[in-house]
Design a protein around this ligand. Structure first.
Ligand SMILES: [Zn+2]
Length: 303
């Protein structure tokens, strides 16, 4: 059995998968706020309760915000800040007395969609989260590609290519760099762009709703967004040449991208023919916890 844990800022979710990927059990509880020992204990209790209930033990994979440093194994860049600077994997291994696999939430998303989601037929999948932040993950033949620096797929902190007048001036990203893809393509990036051009603060859902109702300013905000998304994804296609790019996160629910972006990206992709498909995710909010369980894809299910 494979057990996935999605360690979120507000909730911790557990999913147990059987050998064929069937769901055996789902549990969730609130994340102890700002309490690292309490968070460890909550994960331990969830796993123990699941194994007791199912009367077997499992391989445990954990999806976290932020990333595990390749230098010292400590968590960094997590928005659940009590995890930062902590040896999360070591502590969970000691607590649960077994090897634990850990990956960031965008990697888990990509893995889940590549194994039995929208990209299940594809050999190479690029998974993208367009949400509060922008993350990415790469899966090759159903295995996560983590990379020597463990940053494979961190496309959100590339600079947006081919800046046009409508993109100026680029914004400073929280990471310290200028004009990161995330500053344009996250939800706050979309709202911020609308504010810069129109002087009004609107949530992404409101911008979409008004554009659908014929509001030209909102329509133009979406047009700028899809041009940027197409340029930024064209860079990925030129390097990785994936069969499928799967979108997740709140902004993946905007239906028009799947039509407009592939029409726009062809101008920037160095190929006479483009077979890369842009796909909406299948598993939605469950992708993180599913992908965490699939970190043990190379193992038989039962320990
Ligand atoms: Zn950045």
């Amino acid at each position: 059995m494979r057990i996935g844990i999605d360690l979120g800022g507000s909730k911790i979710e557990l999913l147990a998968l059987g050998d064929a990927g069937e769901v055996l059990l789902r549990r969730r509880r609130a994340t102890p706020q700002g309490d690292y020992p309490g968070t460890l204990q909550a994960v331990g209790e969830l796993v123990e309760a699941a194994e007791r209930e199912l009367a077997r033990s499992g391989h445990v994979g954990v999806g976290t915000p932020g990333a595990e440093s390749a230098v010292d194994g400590l968590i960094k860049n997590a928005n659940s800040t009590c995890l930062n600077g902590k040896p999360l994997r070591d502590d969970l291994q000691a607590l649960l007395q077994r090897e634990i696999r850990l990956a960031n939430d965008a990697d888990c998303f990509a893995l889940s969609e590549a194994i039995d989601g929208a990209g299940r037929a594809a050999q190479v999948v690029f998974g993208v989260i367009l949400g509060t932040g922008v993350g990415g993950g790469i899966v090759v033949r159903r295995q996560l590609l983590q990379g020597v620096n463990r940053i494979a797929g961190e496309w959100g902190h590339n600079p947006l290519p081919l800046l046009d007048e409508e993109d100026l001036p680029p914004a400073r990203c929280y990471c310290g760099r200028l004009g990161c893809v995330e500053t344009w393509l996250s939800g706050p990036g979309l709202s911020g762009d609308h504010l810069r051009h129109n002087g009004e603060t609107l949530a992404p859902e409101a911008i979409c709703g008004r554009a659908d109702a014929g509001d030209q300013a909102c329509e133009q905000t979406l047009v700028r967004y899809e041009r940027r998304l197409a340029r930024a994804l064209a860079v990925v296609v030129n390097i990785l040449d994936p069969e499928a790019i799967v979108l997740g996160g709140g902004l993946s629910n905007i239906e028009r991208w799947y039509d407009t972006v592939p029409r726009l990206w062809s101008a920037h992709i160095f190929s006479d023919r483009i077979d890369t498909r842009l796909l909406r995710n299948v598993h939605g909010d469950s992708s993180g916890v599913r992908g965490a369980a699939w970190l043990w894809n190379d193992q038989r299910g039962t320990r």
